[in-house]
Write a protein that binds this ligand. Structure first.
Ligand code: HEC
Ligand code: HEC
Length: 271
């Protein structure tokens, strides 16, 4: 009994080590992807952008690009080695080891946070989200929380780990639909929120309670747009290390799509 259990465990360990064997002979260590990044920046940026971004003559290769078709290591290897016939994408002429390094880099920039193992305690991360972090004042996860910021219920599947970390630590440009605005009507009423839509004639404001309000510009005394996003940053400094890491881990594991009631009245969750 005992022996067979040990054999089973050893067997499982062996399988785990063997089965998802990466086809990339260089392995998947972060250093391999980093070396690939340097090679890429040297060989490919006459067309594609630096670090895999959009370039003048080639598409973005990273997750943000999202227009890529080749997913497997073998397919990316083939494209980089042989080019794409009938397009501007040339064969690289690089030795196979260099090509594999670049493959590791491309795979790395395409990963979403949920593709990676982010260490940390998810439950504690949720406690930070609703507690000391104050995140749930503005963000919803699975139906709980505020509405001024985006719903984060599937953020782990939508954002790379870098984008997640940057949103928590750095000041960034305000995305469309989230510019904070304060309007004062001709009658003197004041409303605050984010501008969902605005043009020369009208402005649609989402207020803290989730109410959409539509104003004609002609009924406003003023509409003052803020230059900075409502999204606070610097959480790597205001939270302690454990809190920050747990929060990041919790966000990376949010991969639910919207809860949509089915005909039977059940709640269908997940992808
Ligand atoms: C002369 C310009 C040029 C150079 C240099 C170039 N590319 Fe490309 N690349 C392109 C174009 C254009 C496409 C889109 C081809 C198409 O229409 O499918 C492309 C497509 C790709 C794709 C496929 C995207 C996808 O998933 O469908 C990959 C991967 C790629 N390039 C990687 C590289 C790498 C790595 C290098 C450097 C070794 C490189 N490219 C050098 C122009 C270039
Ligand atoms: C006062 C409201 C507010 C608070 C508090 C707040 N956020 Fe945000 N957050 C926003 C808004 C608005 C945006 C969208 C605009 C932007 O990205 O700047 C945003 C954007 C984000 C994004 C980027 C989403 C994406 O698609 O890239 C993440 C991640 C995020 N917040 C997480 C958090 C976390 C975690 C906390 C708590 C530690 C927090 N936010 C606290 C308002 C807030």
């Amino acid at each position: 009994m005992k022996l067979s259990l040990i054999v089973a465990l050893v067997g499982a360990g062996w399988l785990a080590a063997q089965s998802p064997k990466p086809s990339n002979p260089l392995g998947d260590a972060p250093a391999v992807a980093e070396a690939g990044r340097l090679l890429y920046n040297r060989s490919c940026t006459s067309c594609h952008g630096p670090d895999g971004g959009e370039g003048a003559r080639g598409p973005a290769l990273d997750f943000a690009g999202r227009r890529y078709f080749r997913v497997s290591e073998a397919a990316i290897f083939d494209v980089v080695k042989n080019g794409i016939a009938g397009t501007a994408m040339p064969a690289s002429g690089l030795p196979d080891t260099d090509v594999w390094g670049i493959v590791a880099f491309v795979r790395n920039i395409r990963a979403t946070a949920s593709d990676l193992v982010v260490p940390g305690d998810e439950r504690n991360g949720m406690a930070v989200f609703t507690g000391v972090g104050g995140c749930s004042k503005c963000h919803m996860i699975r139906g709980q929380g505020g509405v001024l910021g985006p719903d984060l219920s599937s953020i782990g599947a939508q954002a790379s780990l870098n984008r997640l970390r940057d949103s928590l630590t750095k000041q960034r440009a305000i995305p469309n639909g989230y510019r904070p605005v304060t309007v004062t009507t001709l009658k003197g009423e004041v409303f605050r929120g984010v501008a969902r839509n605005s043009d020369a004639f009208s402005l649609q404001l989402l207020d803290e309670s989730g109410k959409l309000r539509l104003f004609e510009m002609s009924e406003l005394r003023s509409a003052v747009f803020a230059k900075e996003s409502l999204m606070p940053y610097g959480f790597d400094k205001t939270l302690n290390k454990t809190q920050f890491q747990d929060l990041l881990a919790m966000l990376s594991r949010q991969t639910r799509t919207k809860v949509k009631p089915t005909l039977q009245g059940e709640n269908e969750v997940g992808r």
